[in-house]
Design a protein around this ligand. Structure first.
Ligand code: C5P
Length: 221
């Protein structure tokens, strides 16, 4: 069976999208596009004053950002202006800053065009919030992963502790709820499943279980 051209994987913060998208891309031999990383890198590049900029000023700043994707599967690497996008974007503070700039229509339009350009150049697994609804509505394979905020917060705390970082379950749950609320209620491209997406409740499953469900739906089990 030939590999699909575009697979979309959407869902809220902390649901396991990044790990799964990378694994599915690796299994199918496709590139992997982490669009949350694009919002995070954009938020860092623009800085905290982005929301105060007038539309034309904001568009001019965005024109200075050039994203590219190299490699395939687990080796897929996002670049911004020729430099690899690294671990500096992975803090929850940058996640919230990304969620802030993600409410701005200018930023969404700019990144949608950049994401579609990557999708035209490369077959891929695209992971984010609006891949199935807005950016690649014509994709033949769409997945939406979900789990209760408490479950996602617990998983995130386990990851942080495994890395030796302190993690407070109540604080992480509050951060996840705040970002969920902002992502689900924004006017432009709010987080929601596409009508033709397969919704997977990851609550009762581990990563292997979700991976198996996705591969089965793709006819690869
Ligand atoms: O997935 P991740 O946590 O890295 O995304 C950071 C933020 O970027 C999200 O909370 C969301 O506001 C925004 N985002 C988005 N649309 C996407 C991907 C991410 O609005 N396709």
């Amino acid at each position: 069976m030939s590999a699909p051209r575009i697979v979309t994987l959407d869902g809220p913060a902390g649901v396991g999208k990044t790990t799964l998208a990378r694994r599915v891309a690796e299994a199918l031999g496709l590139a992997y596009l982490d669009t949350g990383a694009m919002f995070r890198a954009t938020a860092l590049a623009l800085g905290p004053g982005a929301r105060e900029l007038p539309g034309a000023g904001l568009r001019a700043r965005l024109e200075g950002l050039a994203f590219g994707l190299e490699g395939r599967g687990a080796a897929s690497a996002l670049r911004l202006n020729g430099r690899p996008v690294g671990e500096e974007i992975r803090t929850e503070q940058v996640g919230m800053l990304a969620s802030d700039v993600a409410t701005l229509p200018e930023v969404r339009e700019f990144l949608k065009a950049a994401q579609r350009a990557v999708g035209r150049a490369t077959a891929l697994v695209a992971e984010g919030r609006d891949m199935g609804t807005v950016v690649f509505p014509e994709a033949a394979h769409k997945f939406f992963l979900d789990a209760a905020p408490e479950i996602r917060a617990r998983r995130r705390c386990e990851q942080l502790r495994a890395l030796g970082a302190p993690a407070d379950l109540d604080a992480v749950t509050a951060q996840i709820r705040a970002r969920d609320h902002q992502d689900r209620t924004r006017a432009v491209a709010p987080l929601r499943p596409a009508e033709d997406a397969l919704v997977i409740d990851t609550g009762p499953l581990d990563i292997d279980g979700v991976f198996a469900a996705i591969m089965a739906a793709l006819g690869r089990s």
